[in-house]
Design a protein around this ligand. Structure first.
Ligand SMILES: [Zn+2]
Length: 93
């Protein structure tokens, strides 16, 4: 079942990290999206963009795990470029 990407009043929307697999509040995760129109991989897309998304903790370990297990590629159904991965690494702690 697909979780609706919407915050219900009084409820926190939760997402799963692609690295450690932990469920966290969406605001504590970084969003990586393959946009519906251009099929580009976008890190932290604007609210106007939509497409297939995956989430990561603000943590390099999670990024590394997600890369190792190819979770980003599997979820987004597209290879994530080295420059995107480098960018992610640069903004993660
Ligand atoms: Zn994580």
């Amino acid at each position: 079942m697909k979780v609706k990407d919407r915050t219900v009043k009084g409820r926190i929307s939760l997402r799963k990290c692609a690295g450690c697999g932990e469920i966290r509040p969406k605001k504590d995760l970084i969003r990586i999206m393959k946009t519906h129109d251009t099929k580009e991989i976008v890190v932290m897309p604007s609210s106007k963009q939509f497409g297939r998304s995956t989430y990561l903790c603000y943590n390099k370990k999670c990024l590394k795990q997600a890369i190792k297990k190819k979770r980003l590629q599997k979820t987004l159904k597209k290879d994530v470029s080295i420059s995107t991965l480098n960018y992610l690494e640069s903004i993660l702690e």
